[in-house]
Design a protein around this ligand. Structure first.
Ligand code: C2E
Ligand code: CA
Ligand code: CA
Length: 499
């Protein structure tokens, strides 16, 4: 009856799947980023340390060896720094464009072609063609030039290998860390690219990192591959169930919400009679009267509203509407006690709405011979627990009778009866229907079981005189069925039985 847009649930499930994947990607991205940041910090620190070590060393030891009339002494003094620092390849001294002393060649007075003294006190400059290019043609090195003008334009070249920084770090697998100098960039995969970088004023180098799409994808599959596959598998396997669940909570939920708001749920009442056929009460059965679709039977929505909890509100509406109708009726005059039954499912014991409605009903009807019956059934799996038993106990202590509905069907097991105190059991109509066929074994057993437990019996779905006679012969206390009357809108019911 309630139309379902087939695609809707799948769209939500797919969105849920995407959401999971995005969450995973976002987590991966932030982790990869923080790994990259760690690597940057580490490189930054190593470079800073190396430079400050060199500087300190220069200021304490080497500056006294310059000028370099004694190259041997300069080399001897610089040896401890060379040995101690893994990043330093060589130390040389130049004046103007000429190397005067170098730890790598021990040669003096060698012309340096691309030496450009900038006049800055400290400069980190990558020199593609080292003064020793003919000695080590394959080797490219970066040269940290310490330039002290006070010592007559001597320049001290300290060759630092950023590659060694990366080598110590171990090149990161999923991203590139890079060190940018004024005129070149070193990458953690070993590449060196000559290009001018604009560094902030006074900064010798700049460390950054670069995450490419390919490396990010690799990182995700490497670290989250199993999770991604598991998530895909879970979503594929549970898509159908989820779609069903979403439907029960989405489209129908909102339609029913609207129906509640527009007061489209109405109580119908079916009479309950004694063995003389006199009315003793009635069962309230809900009907959804839709402005376009007309009358919708509870079979089409009751499972959903019990599952999503909207039944709480619906029952409350039914109780109030019945209360309003009965409070306006002069029941006393009709001179009979009337027991009105409401169907309740166990989740309704989780909130106190039912309890408050019952209290209100009883207080308004205090001076009228109208009392309450609660019919409990369990359409889903049986779940008797302490809370549930207490609720039943509480109802009975407030003069509310409790009936076990649909007794003998899958919805209501013997265990149910065994664990709860009840006043009435309602024999399901499927057993009443067996009377005609003569196969009444189960029906007879249910009756004798009820007798042994000392509870009243109400037979449901009595449609024929033969059924009524059979049950009457077994002293069944109450009857309900089309033989006595169909469910009627509450006003018609009152009109028929109380006027
Ligand atoms: P139920 O509680 O077992 O109610 C009896 C059902 O049998 C009603 O169907 C009634 O119209 C039908 N019935 C009564 N006498 C006869 C008969 O002689 N022959 C036949 N063939 N059927 C008969 P209805 O009204 O369609 O309700 C279906 C079920 O929906 C109810 O079964 C009850 O479990 C549930 N329901 C109805 N109203 C409510 C409600 O307000 N709250 C809850 N939680 N459930 C409700
Ligand atoms: Ca019932
Ligand atoms: Ca029933």
């Amino acid at each position: 009856m309630i139309k379902k847009a087939a695609g809707f649930g799948y769209v939500i499930v797919f969105a849920l799947y995407l959401f999971g994947v995005l969450l995973l990607l976002a987590n991966g991205f932030s982790r990869l980023n923080s790994e990259a940041k760690d690597s940057e910090n580490w490189v930054q620190q190593q470079m800073t340390n190396a430079i400050s070590e060199i500087r300190d060393f220069y200021e304490v030891k080497l500056s006294s060896s310059i000028p370099v009339s004694d190259c041997d002494r300069f080399l001897r003094d610089s040896m401890p720094l060379l040995l101690a620092s893994p990043y330093i390849r060589s130390i040389s001294v130049a004046q103007g464009g000429v190397i005067v002393c170098s730890s790598i060649s021990k040669q003096t007075l060698k012309q340096i072609n691309n030496w450009k003294a900038s006049g800055k006190p400290l400069e980190l400059r990558y020199v593609t063609q080292t003064p020793f290019s003919e000695l080590f043609p394959a080797h490219r090195q970066a040269i940290l030039s310490l330039h002290f003008e006070t010592k007559g334009f001597y320049g001290v070249y300290v060759a630092v290998y950023p590659e060694s920084v990366f080598r110590t770090l171990g090149a990161p697998r999923f991203f590139q860390t890079e060190i940018r100098f004024e005129n070149a960039t070193f990458y953690s995969d070993g590449r060196i690219i000559d290009k001018k970088n604009s560094l902030p004023l006074g900064q010798l180098f700049f460390v950054d990192s670069d995450i490419s799409i390919t490396s990010f994808t690799k990182y995700i599959f490497y670290n989250y591959g199993v999770l991604l596959i598991a998530w895909t598998f879970i979503m594929l396997m549970s898509a159908k169930t989820l779609v069903r669940y979403i439907h029960s909570f989405s489209l129908d939920y909102w339609q029913i919400r609207k129906a509640i708001k527009h007061s489209q749920f109405h109580p119908y009442i079916q009479p309950v009679v004694n063995d003389s056929g006199e009315i003793t009460g009635g069962e309230v059965l809900v009907r959804w009267i839709h402005p376009k679709k007309g009358l919708i039977s509870p079979a089409d929505f009751i499972d959903q509203v019990e599952e999503n909890g909207q039944i709480v509100e619906i029952t409350s509406i039914l109780i109030q509407k019945c209360l309003l109708a009965f409070s306006k009726t002069n029941v006393a005059e009709s001179n009979q006690h009337f027991r009105i039954g409401f169907n309740v499912c166990p989740i309704q014991f989780d909130s106190n709405t039912l309890c408050l409605d019952i209290e209100h009903f009883q207080s308004v009807m205090a001076d009228k011979p109208v009392s309450l019956l609660i019919e409990v059934t369990e359409r889903k799996e049986f779940s008797s627990n302490e809370k549930y038993r207490n609720a039943i106990h509480e109802l009975r202590s407030r003069d509310v009778l409790v009936a076990l509905d649909d007794f003998g069907t899958g919805h209501c097991s013997l265990k149910y009866l065994h664990e709860t105190e009840v006043d009435i059991i309602k024999i399901d109509m499927m057993y009443v229907a067996t009377i005609e066929s003569g196969n009444t074994k189960i029906l007879d057993n249910i009756i004798s079981l009820a007798r042994s437990l000392d509870v009243l019996i109400l037979a449901e779905g009595v449609e024929t005189q033969a059924q009524f006679d059979y049950l009457k012969a077994r002293n069944i206390e109450r009857y309900q069925g089309y033989l006595f009357g169909k469910p009627l809108p509450i006003d018609e019911f009152i009109q028929k039985y109380f006027r």
